[in-house]
Design a binder for this molecule. Structure first.
Ligand code: 1CP
Length: 349
């Protein structure tokens, strides 16, 4: 594979700290349930199965770019896909999320956890099909879940409100915790390698639930492992790092090494930038709920967010801005409101 030349794609330019011709935008969860064309092609097909059908995953990945003039496509997959590919008994239950056949609670469970060693050819073929559909202004963003967020699903056995079993293991059995991290890192890196080898143009590390941790816990139990994953693609593709409610962790998370830091909607972008270990590109941070509030509200919020990013760049604490939501598109969002938001983001200076 020869990597595509995306030197002039706004998203890649912004991620590398250059000034793009327009503000690049993509939305987390832009593929998926807000789109009728997604619901149509997914009809009768299990969520995890759909992540292993190359033509289907490619079609779903491209749908939002086609419809909304996004500057980036996010690979249609899920953070548990590498676990499934490794042979872990995991299912995605509609309306709930990833559920494990048998949770990981002891050192014995950790030692039995399968590790992904091989490439995932279905995902590689899907990426190749996506790249055939995108032009050279449209970046394909690959992603992996970070080891903390994946560990939470494995230990809790499914989606969790408080992550209490996860935190209990971290503190009561730190050796088991670190062994689990050590076992997850190669699986995540190998799934990332499949995507990089197949030609993704950028990547995002989703540590969705890291915001539940204290900074001390994050530094000791999570940061070294996330840093190792990001380091594995340093200089190869631009890297984005994101978690929800991570305002208090932005400094520590920025030490993991990504060029771009995702910020959720709770922290103004110019405030967020002052917390980074060194200047980074900002990504964010429109509250996804406000896509339901009408275009006057969206326009006012877009102007506010772009002003905050511009102030951070002018003061030297940030080196660029990729527009995004502060977390994923809500399934009840009207797709026309998304198209309109993207138009406003591109048109407001
Ligand atoms: O049947 C369906 O449509 C199920 C809904 C769904 C979808 C569309 C799930 C189940 N996963 C996905 C795809 C997905 N997952 C994408 C690609 C689509 C896109 O972004 O456009 C991505 C990037 C993810 C990543 C993902 N999965 C994360 C990290 C992002 C985030 O939202 O913080 C997490 C935490 C998951 C777990 C997961 N998978 C699915 C659900 C409902 C959940 C969350 C469950 C929970 O609340 O714990």
């Amino acid at each position: 594979m020869t990597r595509r030349d995306l030197t002039h794609a706004p998203l890649v330019e912004a991620a590398l700290g250059r000034t793009p011709r327009r503000t690049p935008v993509w939305f987390m969860r832009q593929a998926g349930r807000s789109l009728p064309e997604y619901r149509a092609v997914r009809e009768g097909i299990d969520m995890l199965d759909s992540c292993f059908i190359p033509e289907l995953l490619a079609e779903i990945t491209v749908q939002p770019v086609r419809r909304h003039d996004m500057d980036g496509a996010i690979l249609f997959s899920d953070i548990v896909v590498p676990l499934k590919a490794a042979g872990v008994d995991v299912d995605i239950v509609p309306g709930r999320g990833p559920v494990m056949g048998s949770p990981v609670r002891s050192r014995g469970d950790v030692d039995k956890l399968p590790v992904l060693e091989d490439a995932v050819p279905e995902v590689a073929a899907g990426i190749e099909a996506v790249l055939g559909e995108l032009n050279d202004s449209q970046a394909l963003i690959g992603f992996v879940g970070a080891p903390f967020t994946l560990a939470s699903y494995l230990i809790e056995g499914g989606p969790s409100k408080n992550h209490e079993k996860t935190k209990a293991m971290m503190h009561a059995e730190p050796d088991t915790w670190h062994a689990l991290m050590r076992r997850l890192v190669p699986t995540i890196m190998s799934f990332l390698k499949t995507q990089v080898d197949a030609g993704i143009d950028a990547m995002q590390l989703f540590d969705s639930w890291a915001g539940f941790l204290t900074e001390a816990d994050y530094r000791e139990h999570v940061l070294p492992y996330s840093a190792e994953i990001l380091a594995s693609v340093e200089g190869v593709i631009p890297r984005i790092h994101f978690g929800v409610a991570t305002g208090e962790l932005l400094g520590a998370m920025s030490e993991a090494g990504s060029e771009v830091m995702g910020v959720d909607w709770r922290v103004p972008l110019d405030t967020a930038a002052t917390r980074f270990a060194s200047p980074r590109v900002l990504q964010g941070n429109l509250d996804p709920a406000l896509l339901l509030a009408g275009s006057d509200v969206i326009r006012a919020e877009v102007i506010r967010i772009k002003d905050e990013a511009a102030r951070a760049i002018a003061s030297g604490t940030a080196t660029g801005h990729i527009f995004n939501l502060g977390h994923g598109v809500l399934p009840t969002t009207d797709p026309d409101a998304i198209t309109e938001a993207v138009r406003i983001i591109h048109e407001e200076a």
